[in-house]
Design a protein around this ligand. Structure first.
Ligand SMILES: Cc1ncc(COP(=O)(O)O)c(C=O)c1O
Length: 647
């Protein structure tokens, strides 16, 4: 058998025997899923059994959520994953400290901004008790929340962010209550304010200084670090701060040095460079007389969203243990070289703690297939010459000459448009030229899909034939980082993984914004323009899971088109299956209207006025007026998303 023919046969066999594992590989589930997710033999996506419980089948869970009266979209928060991540991160630091003989402690603090929802914070505090999980805040609101939520007397509160006198006084009052609460100086002018307030409240503050490192992160959030970052003190400002503390006889209050070079630091070298610099500054400040006890290495621990394990913006070229080892090794080396006691290491990991535990489940409401027609149009006897030339190009396509055929077809299409604009081509003939063009492209696409290598100029072809899957959600509310910074998230169908997905899809949300689309998807090597999905089946819901959305997305989301918060369901796995621990109803239309100062009472009064006007014009009957009034009233209580009737 010829080599080419053998390859084709192999490919055909594969088409016919698509296995669940093929889907697992195609969607990279094992690469980005941290061992949490897989698919069963029926092709349903499952969450692997955690803590000795049972696997959770997302399809079954979604069915039950629907039976409880919730329509999609729904955000599923898996408590077991949160617990696991807390233990993995804390465990990694502790294991490395034991291995290296580190003499200080490790204290994680959760940066509230990453996901401020009450149930998330409660779960983090409860499951983080073994590690004395503390809280990091960046504003007065977050500080008040941290003071109220914290349970354990030993857990730390780190106060970052710009501060006014109110912020400082709230923190100092909490300090009076005996809380280990650190005020981190983000800019020089904050230090005199802290000292003044501490004097008048007669409290000994715990002070930290944020260092502005020369080392900066890499990736989408790199501007959080480096000389030009908006936070932190330059080395000369650190020296001035020490001098001021010494003058006021408060140098013993300086206990902590902090830095944060940005979220999602994708390259381990960036972390080791920053750690080297931070470790050196820490020991130098110690040598200047500050009795430092804590070093706070900020956030930065990245999530491998695309599973490529590279320094690409949506990935990370290191694992958790390497991250912990880099930090501990750098602090140890810096301290041992100067005989400085090993400090307590604080990390402000948020993204890597919460990203994995939330999955957004959305249903597809329709598809718009583009250029699906593969039927060769009838060519009238009397037609323009360009139509014949396009037809000849189609007839001349023999497979191997795909590149030449593609270029020819592109040129002819362009020429056709030019002639049309000069009024030398009729609308009908232009339509035939277009149809022939798309038939040629479809045939070429079918051919190149089977090749191992696709030349660059044809890569866009798949995109041209992408089917738009309209999904019942708002990108702006639920995936703002995809819109704002093109961050990628793994997206997979939650079922039918035992079938080969045959459509190349882009996803559109239900907002009226052309930006509300997902047309960049994770890929091992690069970024994919389309997501392989299954054709829809009549009266069968098609459900997609958007994974790793637990960090930042919920809180950064906005009310574009007045699509509000989605329903949220908290689940955990028990011995006899999953348990729905809590469900939080998403926002109703009344709730989102209230944000923009439309009260229910006022709106109903206006509706009544409109109804009265319509009655006066005799546009509606009295009976209709009663129905309309009820409809408006009931409408205010409905979910802001489409009621797809799948419940
Ligand atoms: C001061 C500070 N700490 C911690 C974090 C959380 O970092 P990450 O998203 O890498 O977990 C941030 C976020 O940018 C931050 O600004």
């Amino acid at each position: 058998m010829q080599n080419r023919a053998r390859m084709k046969k192999k490919h055909k066999d594969k088409l016919e025997s698509w296995a669940v594992q093929d889907s697992i590989d195609l969607y990279g589930i094992e690469r980005w899923g941290e061992g949490l997710f897989t698919a069963n033999t029926n092709g349903d996506v499952i969450l692997r059994n955690q803590n000795g419980g049972q696997d959770i089948n997302f399809q079954e869970l979604v069915r039950e959520i629907r039976m409880r009266g919730f329509t999609l979209p729904v955000l599923i928060r898996v408590t077991d994953i949160l617990r696991k991540r807390i233990h993995q991160i804390g465990g990694a630091f502790q294991a490395v400290m034991n291995e290296y003989g580190y003499k200080g402690d490790y204290r994680p603090v959760y940066p509230i901004k990453v996901n401020q929802h009450r149930h998330v914070i409660e779960d983090i505090i409860n499951h983080g008790e073994d590690f004395n999980m503390g809280l990091e805040c960046g504003s007065k609101a977050e500080l008040l929340l941290a003071i109220a939520m914290r349970k354990d007397n030993d857990s730390l509160i780190i106060c970052n962010g710009f501060k006014d006198m109110d912020y400082i006084e709230i923190a100092l009052n909490a300090r009076r209550m005996g809380y280990p609460i650190f005020l981190v100086v983000e800019k020089s002018s904050e230090l005199p304010m802290i000292l003044k307030a501490a004097k008048s409240l007669q409290v000994e503050p715990l002070i930290g200084l944020r260092m502005k490192l020369a080392a900066r992160g890499k990736g989408m959030w790199e501007s959080s670090g480096g000389e030009k970052s908006k936070f932190g003190l330059r080395v000369n400002e650190i020296i001035d701060a020490i001098a001021l503390l010494r003058r006021q006889k408060k140098l013993e209050c300086l206990k902590l040095m902090h830095f944060h070079i940005g979220s999602q630091v994708t390259d381990i070298h960036t972390i080791s460079n920053a750690m080297k610099e931070a470790g050196t500054i820490f020991t130098e400040v110690y040598k200047l007389g500050a009795n430092l006890t804590h070093i706070d290495v900020g956030g930065g621990l990245a999530v491998d969203y695309d599973g490529s394990a590279t320094n690409f913006a949506s990935s990370a070229n290191y694992k958790l243990n390497e991250y912990a080892a880099n930090i501990i090794d750098a602090v140890m080396k810096a301290c041992d070289a100067c005989e400085v006691p090993h400090p307590t290491i604080i990390s402000e990991t948020g993204r890597a703690l919460v990203a994995h535990h939330s999955v957004l489940v959305v249903d597809v409401v329709s598809t718009n297939e583009s250029h699906e027609n593969t039927v060769v149009p009838v060519i009238p006897k009397k037609t323009a010459e360009i139509v014949h030339r396009m037809k000849e190009t189609l007839d001349g396509f023999k497979g191997k000459n795909f590149q030449e055929t593609y270029h020819e077809a592109m040129d002819l299409r362009q020429e056709g448009l030019m002639i049309f604009n000069l009024r030398h081509l009729s609308l009908k003939d232009r339509a035939i030229v277009e149809e022939l063009f798309w038939v040629i492209c479809r045939r070429i696409l079918n051919y190149v899909r089977e090749l191992d290598y696709v030349p660059d100029d044809l890569e866009n072809l798949e995109n041209l034939f992408a089917t738009t899957y309209v999904c019942n959600f708002s990108l702006f509310q639920s995936l703002p980082d995809h819109w704002a910074v093109k961050q990628l998230f793994p997206i997979i169908p939650l079922h039918r993984l035992n079938e080969k997905p045959t459509c190349g899809a882009v996803l559109a949300d239900i907002t009226c914004d052309s930006d509300g689309v997902i047309d960049r998807f994770i890929d091992l090597r690069d970024v994919k323009d389309t997501l392989p999905l299954h054709p829809l089946r009549k009266s069968e819901p098609y459900t997609l899971g958007i994974f790793l959305v637990g960090a930042y997305q919920e809180i950064l989301g906005d009310l574009h088109n007045l699509f509000g918060d989605t329903h949220v369901v908290h689940v955990s796995s028990g011995k006899d299956g999953y348990i729905i621990d809590k469900s939080v109803e998403g926002e109703r239309i009344e709730d989102v209207l209230e944000y923009i100062q439309f009260s229910r009472g006022d709106l109903m009064a206006r509706f009544r006025q409109r109804i009265e006007e319509a009655l006066k014009r005799e546009a509606i009957s009295l009976k209709e007026s009663a129905i309309l009034q009820r409809r408006f009233d009931d409408g205010l209580d409905t979910y802001t998303y489409l009621n797809t009737g799948n419940e």
